[in-house]
Design a protein around this ligand. Sequence first.
Ligand SMILES: Cc1cc2nc3c(=O)[nH]c(=O)nc-3n(C[C@H](O)[C@H](O)[C@H](O)COP(=O)(O)OP(=O)(O)OC[C@H]3O[C@@H](n4cnc5c(N)ncnc54)[C@H](O)[C@@H]3O)c2cc1C
Length: 420
Amino acid sequence: MRVLIAGAGIGGLATALSLHAAGITDVTICESVPELRPLGVGINLLPHAVRELTELGLGEELAKLGVPTSRLSYFNRFGQEIWSEPRGIGAGYRWPQYSIHRGELQMLLRDTVDRVLPGSIRLGSAVQSSTPAAVGGEEVVVRTQDGAESVFRADVVVGADGIHSTLRTLRYPDQGDPVWNGLMLWRGTAWVEPYLDGRTMIMAGDGQQKFVAYPLTGASTDADHRGLVRLNFIAERRVPDEGPGENSWTRTADPAEVAREFRDWGFGWLDVPQVIASATELLRYPMVDRDPVAQWTFGCQTLLGDAAHPMYPIGSNGASQAIIDSRTLAYELATAPTVGDALSRYESARLPLTAALTLSNRQLGPERVMQLAFERAPGGFAHIHDVVSQDELESIATQYKRAAGFAPELLNERASLSVN
Ligand SMILES: Cc1cc2nc3c(=O)[nH]c(=O)nc-3n(C[C@H](O)[C@H](O)[C@H](O)COP(=O)(O)OP(=O)(O)OC[C@H]3O[C@@H](n4cnc5c(N)ncnc54)[C@H](O)[C@@H]3O)c2cc1C
């Protein structure tokens, strides 16, 4: 079976590795950029994605690259705690949750693909179209940097080409631009003193303004940053009058300007404006997604990751869901009687769940606890249970984990997606 994947992002590379592990080795990945560089900042890999990467043999490498997230704690903008829960192994999962640099994860996946499927990644090769071939399978037109076009034949085509997916746009030409919710995100990293236990992911604020942070390293032993951790952060603010602008991962912003918007956010254990002001890089990106679609699969081509279900970066699900897509697709292609059956089973397993998650994220997903606390006590509270009950807090956290497929009891007991 020949598989062509459009896009060597997290989803496309994980798909190549998953196919290889499932015994499908005739794989080509066409990637539009001429060089893969470790772009982006931090992401969180949830235990269900870590399970898949571990079963692909990457557990030890992940442990070297990532920080095992110990807790997720929500605060209001005054630093008062709303909810806190253990994460990863401490929460009863068989697999950890990792805070990890997106670019470093992508490089790990790329190096592994280069090792197990040498020569399979074609850089500077943008997929232009894919149409059914007269003799079965698909004919894929790929354009290289110099403008030359070549045609590839494949039995299966996977559109893992991100939120601006060409293959999705060809099927949904009227979908328009990604949908913006009026929030702007400034993502950066900064070297700071460790806070709390040094491995906690925090979210503070409400629907108007929010700050998220998690360390990507332990305390450094380098002379330049001795004792400091590299903190990933997202500063978020509602800016409806500005418009979303271009959503590209290379737009930068001035840290001092963004820090001013958070000038009153000192929590004692974390000085938010100081963190932002000391950012070594700061990327500006609007909070966008797309409406869920009813169909990903058309003949022998399908969609995966952000091309299939771009969602708000709420609940740490973007990369994690792409990885689970990739393992599910490979499992079905290796075990279903026909390609048609495999793609249909893949879509049935993944489309409804990710569509529900996209919509849930529009309602803030697990971050709803912060909005509830804000609505009921905008000026702060003496104790959170005076304004939001323990039952409400627990039920929001539990419902989201179930919806996203990472409730501990479900994940720990679910059968493996490895093909024996
Ligand atoms: C450069 C970059 C930086 C990012 N940084 C962050 C971050 O800091 N935090 C975060 O939460 N998320 C980030 N993301 C998004 C995050 O990686 C995804 O939400 C998630 O990992 C799902 O991955 P994906 O593989 O579906 O999409 P992506 O990771 O977006 O990968 C899509 C890939 O397809 C390629 N491509 C696009 N069009 C074509 C085409 N026509 N033919 C061939 N290839 C094509 C793109 O160059 C890209 O490499 C970033 C994405 C990119 C591309």
